[in-house]
Ligand binder design. Structure first.
Ligand code: 13P
Length: 252
């Protein structure tokens, strides 16, 4: 549960899904967001091709738009890459960095993720830094070691509640329908909070820590009720407005 000092954030990561017609589904999210009455922040991170259209559709609503990745540099000869400044220019206020799909498929290291988080800050974007253990790491009892190393290496100095959100996404829970027990989630989130506090002091108390991995309407309430869980990073279930709104509705 997000305590009074942290406003919950429910963010949808559309990954490589969505065409122009998806603006219609997004408009339903915007319409439904009115019911939240400011009790939680709502965000959708579409593919880059839809940033401008969704930012336009979200205008004068409380739904924010984010990117899914950025390049560390602000411009240059990097074919196919997108700068944080470009995301901001397209209407994004945040960017996900270090998602496990990028760490795995694009071999991104903690140092890469850290550089991207710094790029996000340079462009005045909120950095949503993802960390998470693989199944084998969990089975070997290395979960907290792995997460501690990822957190230390991926979060730059100077993190504050205004520029950083941490998302805990166990790799084995992404897209599988599996989730850790609420107890395990609570243990990991407390560990993340303490690790941030060792480095950042009191600021750590205000940084939001999201849970991600097979969150849906039917399990959101118990997962979001765990201590130090300040919202969700939602994949598949964010593609359907009704399901996404049901998750956010936990805070309504
Ligand atoms: P799912 O919600 O589809 O498991 O994906 C989680 C995720 O990776 C969000 O970034």
């Amino acid at each position: 549960m997000a305590d009074g000092t942290r406003r919950p954030l429910v963010a949808g990561n559309w990954k490589m899904n969505g065409l122009r017609r998806s603006v219609v589904e997004f408009a339903k999210i915007v319409a439904g967001s009115a019911n939240l009455a400011g009790k939680a922040d709502l965000m959708v991170c579409p593919p880059a091709t839809l940033l401008t259209a969704l930012a336009e559709a979200a205008k004068s609503s409380a739904v924010a738009i984010g990117g899914q990745d950025c390049h560390p540099e602000s411009a240059g000869a990097f074919t196919g890459d997108i700068a944080a400044e470009m995301l901001a220019d397209a209407g994004a206020v945040a960017v996900i960095v270090g998602h496990s799909e990028r760490r795995t498929n694009h071999r991104e290291t903690d140092a890469d993720v850290r550089a991207k988080a710094l790029a996000a800050w340079r462009a005045s974007l909120l950095a949503i830094v993802c960390i998470g253990e693989a199944q084998v790491e969990r089975e070997q009892g290395r979960t907290l070691d792995v997460l501690g190393r990822q957190l230390d290496g991926s979060v730059p100095d100077g993190a504050t509640p205004a520029n950083l959100v941490v998302a805990y996404e166990p790799v084995w829970a992404i897209g599988t329908g599996l989730t850790p027990s609420v107890r395990d989630v609570a243990q990991v989130h407390e560990f993340i909070r303490q690790r941030l506090a060792q480095r950042l002091g009191a600021a750590a108390g205000g940084i939001r820590i999201l849970y991600g991995g097979s969150v849906k309407g039917s399990n959101a309430r118990e997962l979001m009720a765990a201590p130090n869980v300040d919202g969700a990073l939602v994949g598949g279930a964010s593609l359907k407005a009704d399901e996404f709104l049901a998750i956010a509705g936990v805070y309504g």
